[in-house]
Design a protein around this ligand. Structure first.
Ligand SMILES: C[S@@+](CC[C@H](N)C(=O)[O-])C[C@H]1O[C@@H](n2cnc3c(N)ncnc32)[C@H](O)[C@@H]1O
Length: 224
């Protein structure tokens, strides 16, 4: 699975639907935005997987000094079109092109789950955050990924690549599955203080077999 190819292919359609109409991501964006009271004017903020820059524009309107990073050249091009003066780069989470202790805040929405191994991602976020800095992310819930294995005998603990249908079935992507323990891991407890954890139903996510289950969770933690 080549990340930049996968997201280059869906970039146009994603940008077309994610903020308008019944297929949009508006509901979870509203939830994420309602937990951002720690964004103060002048802080250095990184959006990991900034997509087309819609969220970056909002963080900028709150007064943050914004930086963006995304694997997809197409997404970065449209983010740069919206925010021509901002520092928005093509890159991968496992090797962030930023100095140690640089950011006050690192945010990420619906993207961290795309890495097969989450440990390098969390250690990079930790490296670029200042001490006392905030990491807050929204990721696909492992419970949802379990259903996305689409097999009644599926093994929760075995990593598989699944094909979630996102934005009300309008787009299909490929993502590796994760367990909850891969997020709530030793590294997190050792290096961060968790300040917020909440599970949510995603109105725009496919509900397999008509069940109701959490589509994503949000975790906020402060670097020690
Ligand atoms: C579903 S989109 C979400 C975009 C944006 N965060 C939002 O909420 O609108 C996922 C984005 O994550 C990016 N992405 C996924 N895995 C990545 C990785 N390992 N490194 C950098 N970007 C990644 C993709 O290129 C894509 O733009």
């Amino acid at each position: 699975m080549d990340l930049s190819n996968q997201y280059n292919k869906i970039a146009k359609e994603f940008s077309r639907v994610h903020d308008i109409g019944e297929n949009s991501n508006r509901e979870n964006r509203k939830v994420f935005y309602s937990n951002l009271d720690f964004i103060k004017p002048g802080i250095k903020l990184l959006d990991l997987a900034c997509g087309d820059g819609l969220d970056l524009a909002y963080y900028k309107s709150l007064g943050a000094e914004i930086y963006g990073l995304d694997a997809s050249e197409e997404f970065v091009a449209s983010a740069k079109e919206k925010l021509p003066k901002s520092d928005i780069r093509v890159g991968l989470f496992k090797n962030l092109p930023f100095e140690n202790n640089f950011f006050d805040v690192v945010l990420s929405k619906y993207a961290i789950q795309t890495s097969h191994d989450l440990n390098p991602v969390f250690s990079e976020i930790h490296r670029v955050l200042k001490s006392g800095g905030i990491m807050m992310y929204l990721v696909t819930h492992p419970f949802r990924q379990y259903f996305e294995k689409r097999d009644v005998k599926a093994d929760y603990f075995e990593q598989k690549v699944v094909e979630p249908r996102i934005l009300n079935n309008s787009i299909i992507v490929q993502e590796p599955t994760h367990t909850m323990n891969e997020y709530l891991n030793e590294f997190l407890f050792k290096n961060f203080d968790i300040q917020f954890f909440q599970e949510y139903w995603d109105t725009a996510a496919e509900q397999i077999d008509g069940r109701k289950y959490p589509g994503y969770f949000i975790l906020k933690a402060k670097k020690r």
